[in-house]
Design a protein around this ligand. Structure first.
Ligand code: GLU
Length: 376
């Protein structure tokens, strides 16, 4: 193997996905409190080392069905939705309590497929998550199963977690699972199954190794985990599949426990920049002054003060071309304000934005993370 597995301590923003069967004891119909306490301790220790941690937790439907004493077996969509409505309350409380023992505030975020796929809603969800992280809170995220319908839902939290990780520009996604990684044959079925420690690229061979197995509680089998790996690694996020069937599962990964790493070649900011530079239709332009051109060239963000003129009808989050006073393209980026608001605050200091617009928007017109200067 040419590449070494990364270490958990190398990452600054980590999404931890927890499956239903790890968290919920289906026989007893309740949360596995001791296990959760050990995971919360691991999360708190990363948090203390100034890492940003986000949790994607399943378990709403499993807890709801236990609380409602629903019979075993597959549930109809309406039943899952109702069970999730009941279970999500218990799930959120469970996480809030487990994290509060370490002085961490949990923030519940329920998302639907549209929230991650439609640009405007995506930006909204992303800024809420950013705000929670800025407050050093831990977002606890799940699909909003109660309103998600069959055609338009994730259904499994593996892919949801991967989208959340890319949305938050996380550099690592940890999928805690009831298996400790990807095997070249289904574990248990044959004695010759070998765990693959490191996947540098998800090839058709790797995809073929993922059977469709899932348990009664968990929607996702290895297939959805490989799908998650594709989403994550293409967007600059590393992924690791590790066992959650032990106490302190994150500490175990840090200590080198058996797992499968999926490596990404890109880093999240580079990947996003490539996407901004390459694949977007600019909706308008911002003409900026000489001082702002110099600021952009030295890697800084574009502030409202440096903008002279707004052209086109763009919405917050759209791609715009940024031109110098002579009209030449200087950069491209995702603008933080609608055209109308941008026009009102152009040439003004960021501290005036609240007074002019009546709400406190971003200090930057285009943040440097969303800016590609000199598209070469
Ligand atoms: N969102 C579902 C729940 O909380 C879980 C989906 C999954 O198992 O991945 O019950």
């Amino acid at each position: 193997m040419s590449l070494k597995s990364p270490a958990l301590g190398d990452f600054r923003r980590i999404v931890v996905k927890v499956g239903s069967s790890l968290l919920v004891d289906s026989e007893a119909g309740r949360v596995k409190e001791d296990w959760l306490a050990s995971l919360a301790e691991d999360i708190a220790s990363l948090h203390k080392k100034t890492r940003d941690v986000l949790v994607v937790s399943s378990g709403a439907i499993a807890l709801g069905r236990a609380l409602l004493k629903l019979p075993k077996g597959p549930l109809k969509l309406e039943d899952s939705q109702g069970a999730a409505a009941v279970g999500q309350i218990a799930l959120a409380r469970t996480w809030a309590e487990a994290l509060s023992r370490h002085g961490i505030a949990a923030g519940q975020v329920l998302v639907t497929l549209q929230d991650t796929e439609e640009r405007r809603r995506y930006l909204n969800a992303r800024s809420t998550i950013e705000r929670l992280l800025a407050w050093r809170s831990v977002p606890v995220i799940n699909e909003n199963d109660t309103v998600a319908t069959n055609e338009i839902r994730y259904g499994d939290n593996d892919r949801l977690a991967a989208r959340v990780a890319t949305m938050a520009s996380a550099d690592l996604l940890v999928l805690l699972s009831d298996v400790d990684g990807l095997y070249d044959a289904p574990p248990g079925k044959t004695t010759k199954a070998n765990r693959i420690p490191l996947v540098e690229r998800i090839t058709p061979d790797i995809e073929a190794m993922a059977g469709a197995a899932g348990s009664e509680l968990s929607r996702g089998g290895m297939q959805t985990k490989i799908e998650a790996g594709k989403i994550a690694t293409q967007a600059g996020t590393h992924m690791v599949i590790a066992s959650g069937r032990i106490d302190h599962p994150l500490r175990a990964v840090a200590d080198g426990a058996a797992c499968t790493w999926f490596l990404t070649g890109a880093n999240p900011v580079t990947a996003r920049k490539r996407w901004i530079a390459g694949s977007l239709e600019p909706k308008g332009s911002l003409v900026i002054d000489k001082g702002a051109v110099a600021a952009l060239n030295s890697g800084r963000s574009l502030l409202p003060a440096g903008v002279i003129k707004i052209e086109g009808a763009f919405a917050r989050g759209d791609a715009v071309v940024i031109r110098g006073p002579d009209g030449a393209e200087v950069a491209r980026g995702l603008v933080a304000y609608d055209a109308e608001d941008a026009d009102k605050i152009k040439g003004r200091s960021s501290s005036d934005v609240l007074v002019i617009l009546g709400f406190a928007g971003r200090a930057e017109m285009v943040h440097r993370d969303h800016l590609v200067v000199g598209r070469s």
